[in-house]
Ligand binder design. Structure first.
Ligand SMILES: CC(C)(COP(=O)(O)OP(=O)(O)OC[C@H]1O[C@@H](n2cnc3c(N)ncnc32)[C@H](O)[C@@H]1OP(=O)(O)O)[C@@H](O)C(=O)NCCC(=O)NCCS
Length: 385
């Protein structure tokens, strides 16, 4: 049996949008954007496809579009979107729940199926393709067990956890088993979602170039439009670590300076490192990136997540130190973390003798919080909270 059959797919949509009001009804290929998306999702073989919108009058057009597409609708709170999901799964029960958002018209049914398969194969509580992000933004798929969703419904209290539905799960890798699907490509900086007028122009152009009835896969679209994110010469950007980085990460970690300033001053052995590193690939409980400047890997930054808090580790290649890369990696990591809601505070522990590290954290906007067990503690608040 395909894993889809056990799933209910919930698309959240509303007219209210601060940047582009009514965007879900904006015309794409002669149809309202939401209709375009639902038509593409008709290829899914899930037990039920449901649009979850608010009970506000202004969301009546959303119900009308969904109904015209033959898709079920539930209506609930505008801001407590988690409660809308509760309503959706109580109305259409299934052991697995898929979350999609109505401002992502390029959402690909075959990708939804791939994330579902990953979810089944890993036996995770929550599986997505965004931690780390290797697909264009706008192809986000989140899959969770009904049991995990029920726990979030019952326990999530913070407004962001209610509004964004899933933070209660992915902020707590200590409680929920998280998994990720990677594209195998470095497309996390591409924008295929519709949040601004520019985004809408991009998506319309893409759909026009693809032609036909809009039933193309994301890979076909990518082959057509290619990557558009700009990476200026000399600028640092972050890519998720891959298996090929194992040796260089170990070298950076075992360099004498790194050891001198770490709590464990012993070098990490090859076997121990290999085993540990393998568990960190595509693991949403560690945000783990390599800093790249002009195609050269200059260092790593890692944020280990537990209980909505992140702990930073970083090291720069010994031959690349003192050129601003350490600071730039911290700033780039902050930018990544501000795009999602996985952590609210990021902390670091720095040896009192580690002047470069202390200055890098200060330059990136971390504040000094005092001394804990002989190490300086620095913290940064993820502003989006
Ligand atoms: C700490 C580390 C990541 C900093 O990265 P970096 O790329 O060398 O740092 P930057 O070039 O961004 O410089 C950061 C700040 O430190 C200063 N700095 C750089 N090297 C320095 C040194 N050897 N001594 C004192 N200050 C130094 C820079 O002038 C800059 O300060 P400013 O912003 O006030 O001008 C890097 O030195 C490293 O990998 N060290 C070994 C591993 C380690 O200690 N990791 C951190 C553990 S908490």
């Amino acid at each position: 049996l395909p894993s889809d059959a056990a799933a209910v797919c919930v698309v959240q949509a509303r007219m209210g949008s601060t940047r582009l009001p009514g965007k879900v009804l904006a015309d794409i290929d002669g149809r309202p954007m939401l209709r375009f998306m639902l038509d593409r999702l008709a290829a899914l073989t899930v037990a039920k496809l449901v649009v979850a919108t608010s009970a506000l009058d202004r969301d009546d057009p959303i119900e009308a579009v969904a109904t015209a597409a033959g898709v079920a609708v539930v209506r609930g709170s505008e801001h407590d979107v988690l409660d809308r999901f509760r309503l959706a799964v109580e109305t259409y029960p299934a052991p697995v729940v898929i979350r999609l958002t109505g401002d992502c018209p390029l959402t690909d049914a075959s990708l939804v199926t791939d994330v579902l398969a990953r979810h089944r194969d890993t036996a995770a509580d929550y599986t997505s393709n965004v931690f780390p992000r290797t697909f264009p933004k706008g192809l986000d798929v989140e899959v969770m067990t009904r049991a995990a969703l029920d726990e979030a419904v019952e326990h999530a209290r913070l407004p962001i956890e209610r509004e964004h539905v899933t933070p209660y799960l992915y902020r707590h890798p200590e409680r929920f088993r998280l998994a990720n699907l990677s594209s195998g490509l470095l497309l996390g900086d591409e924008r295929w979602t519709v949040d601004t007028a520019d985004d809408l122009t991009f998506v319309r152009g893409l759909v026009e170039r693809m032609g036909g009835d809009g039933h193309f896969t994301w890979r076909q679209a990518f082959e057509c439009v290619g990557a558009t994110a700009s990476r200026p010469p000399g600028a640092l950007w972050l890519r998720p670590v891959s298996a090929a980085d194992a040796d260089r990460v170990r070298e950076w970690r075992n360099d004498p300076e790194s050891l001198r300033f770490s709590r464990t001053t012993e070098p990490v052995g090859a076997a121990t490192h290999e085993a540990w590193f393998a568990t960190r690939l595509d693991n949403p409980q560690s945000r783990f990136w390599v800093g790249v400047v002009d195609d050269v890997a200059v260092g790593f930054v890692r944020i280990d997540v537990a209980d909505a808090q992140g702990r930073v580790s970083l090291a720069v290649d010994p031959s690349e130190r003192g050129r601003g890369h350490g600071t730039a990696m911290l700033v780039a990591a902050q930018r990544q973390l501000a795009l999602d809601l996985q952590v609210d505070v990021v902390t670091a522990e720095v040896s009192p003798d580690n002047a470069a590290s202390r200055r890098a954290f200060l330059a990136a906007g971390f504040t000094h919080q005092g001394v804990v067990d002989g190490f300086e503690r620095f913290a940064w608040n993820n502003a989006r909270q």
